[in-house]
Design a protein around this ligand. Structure first.
Ligand code: G1P
Length: 285
């Protein structure tokens, strides 16, 4: 069974980046020369998910505009003979079929996923939290889809985190069944270190069974007063298998200023021209 649809919850207000996010969607912050959201969309497409569904909010029109054609800009670039840039602009708007659904109230990640039900209710689908940006040889979503195709069930990305970080994530109670692949027994959203069943944390990539929707629809608010995806996944794991994949790659938490800055520096260091600039600054040249 393959996965062709991918949900992107992007309605969050980005308060960690205020004041810049007073007007700008946090997903549109640049990572070197592209907005953060573009990395997630490229990952989905290269993993075979050509149908992208953004669960969006009022202040996110810029995301919609970014993936749309910009007639005036294209004409201007053509008239000025800037054909390379022109082609690049066309490529962005042809990247994928993108559908936008409004999450009318900020009721949490679980609620955002539930907003995708009309489009995803009959099949397994992907979820990408675009704040988590991965640099990896094989796209992390593709690593998850491969496990789903082989073992069935839902699949989530896992990372072994430092003890001081467990309270920032959903944490799983699991058993490793193959190198790097876990069967999930239980999970808890943002536990204290004492209550944490392990140090394996859920990262922002999921392949989910459509059975998650009725569970989410009947679910009360959990940690932080929000409808939590982790709470619904926990119930799902009691009905159908849920697997965890310790992803291969490097992750940047672009939902925080530190992580976003680190991602910019790391990606710039991978570019021969920009590497020079960073090294010169660091070496005070
Ligand atoms: C969400 C999930 C959490 C997961 C995290 C990964 O939390 O609720 O289980 O570990 O994403 O980034 P949030 O970052 O929205 O607080």
């Amino acid at each position: 069974m393959s996965v062709s649809k991918c949900l992107f919850p992007v309605a969050g207000l980005g308060t960690r980046f205020l004041p810049v996010t007073k007007e700008l969607a946090k997903e549109m912050l640049p990572l070197v020369n592209k907005p953060i959201i573009s990395y997630g969309v490229e990952e989905a497409i290269s993993s075979g998910c050509n149908n992208i569904i953004m669960i969006s909010g009022r202040a996110k029109r810029s995301i919609e505009n970014y993936f749309d054609r910009s007639f005036e800009l294209e004409e201007l670039l053509k008239a000025r003979g800037k054909m390379e840039l022109y082609e690049e602009m066309i490529k962005i708007s042809n990247m994928a079929e993108i559908l936008f659904i409004r999450q009318r109230e900020p009721l949490g990640l679980g609620h955002a996923v539930l907003c995708g039900e009309p489009v995803c209710k009959n099949e397994y689908f992907g979820v990408i939290l675009p704040d988590d940006v991965f640099v990896s040889e094989e796209p992390v979503m593709s690593q998850l889809i491969k496990v789903h195709e082989r073992l069935g069930g839902s699949v989530i990305a896992l990372e072994y985190v430092e003890p001081e970080d467990v309270s920032r994530y959903g944490i799983v109670d699991s058993k490793e069944i193959e190198p790097g692949i876990h069967k999930i027994n239980d999970m808890i959203e943002k536990p204290s270190l004492e209550k944490s069943p392990s140090r394996y944390a859920i990262m922002g990539r999921y392949v989910l069974s459509p059975l998650i929707f009725p569970i989410l629809a009947g679910q009360n608010a959990g940690a932080g007063g929000e409808i939590q995806l982790t709470d619904a996944l926990r119930k799902l794991a009691g009905i159908e298998p849920v697997y965890g994949v310790v992803y291969r790659g490097r992750r940047f938490d672009c939902g925080t200023q530190k992580g976003w800055l680190a991602a910019n520096v790391a990606l710039a260091m991978d570019n021969p021209e920009l590497r020079e600039v960073i090294l010169n600054i660091v070496n005070n040249k």
